[in-house]
Design a protein around this ligand. Sequence first.
Ligand SMILES: Cc1ncc(COP(=O)(O)O)c(C=O)c1O
Ligand SMILES: C[C@@H](O)[C@H](N)C(=O)O
Length: 358
Amino acid sequence: MVMRIVDLRSDTVTRPTDAMREAMASAEVDDDVLGYDPTARRLEEEMAKMMGKEAALFVPSGTMGNLICVMVHCDVRGSEVILGDTCHIHVYENGGISTIGGVHPKTIRNEEDGTMDLVAIEAAIRDPKGSTFYPSTRLICLENTHANSGGRCLSAEYTDRVGEIAKRHGLKLHVDGARIFNASIALDVPVHRLVKAADSVSVCLSKGLGAPIGSVIVGSQSFIEKAKTLRKTLGGGMRQIGVLCAAALVALQENLPKLQSDHKKTKLLAEGLNKMKGIRVNVAAMETNMIFMDMEDGSRLTAEKLRKSLTEHGILVIPENSSRIRMVIHHQITTSDVHYTLSCLQQAVQTIQEPCQN
Ligand SMILES: Cc1ncc(COP(=O)(O)O)c(C=O)c1O
Ligand SMILES: C[C@@H](O)[C@H](N)C(=O)O
């Protein structure tokens, strides 16, 4: 029996559309190491223009995009980067900025809305006079949207303020913009305005945009030239990458306009979940395409029990911890999938909480 699958694990799970596969098959390609791949060049020019930066570079993943950006900015031994304690670079990238980049992380608590307190940022900057003992601060990293706070958006004004702090202290600013397009749509602010203060941005093509692979980093011409060399050093120099970039160009065309509806489906799901006994969702905080669904104390509900029950109905989710499940909406989740998820979850909640009545 073919089971209905509703994959809410992440927005990284989308399958390439037929249009993407056709574009991949017919992509114009060349060797992007010996020269440049024409389709990659088209994507990079398009992304640089959209982000309001001089140049762009296709990279195999967001993790490599962030690593390259941090390493280009922090190219002096003993460098330190200020970043959030729950940001992706610090939590999910295997400590690559340290193990490979030799860069020291200085974490600051991420607030519930994904920001870091501006006073705390400035206070964390090392005093250059203390260089006998201290690493030297060279970079501040932000993440927009901020995944571990549930896809919360950082405003352009907040990013500008962090940029002013960076400039005042001769530092650079990197934005992990894996889901920057979600922030742009949710805030109704063009992406180039959101990242105006940033010296570099890493943008995922493989998340809400639905491309099968890859990210693009953007920055100044000289920054991207250094980034290209470092990409090769890290083993990311790729040959006929037009096959991949062609899919990303289709994704920009096809799926960028769908992000608004992803957010609408997220709200529909969040509001439905929040009505269930023993379940809590901070609906107002679900600003983009992610939901954190919390189980109330004493509700007999656990993330594992609900995950197991949902999986039996073909609904795939990832628990954040024993009493929280994350659900991520993407363009291959339909409104009917949202209603199906709500009805399966209602049934599971009922069964777990009132076993004797079933
Ligand atoms: C905020 C954020 N930054 C960076 C990444 C890394 O992207 P990738 O999985 O392509 O390495 C992810 C997740 O995938 C992410 O959620
Ligand atoms: C887990 C993390 O690496 C991924 N970016 C996600 O949000 O699914």
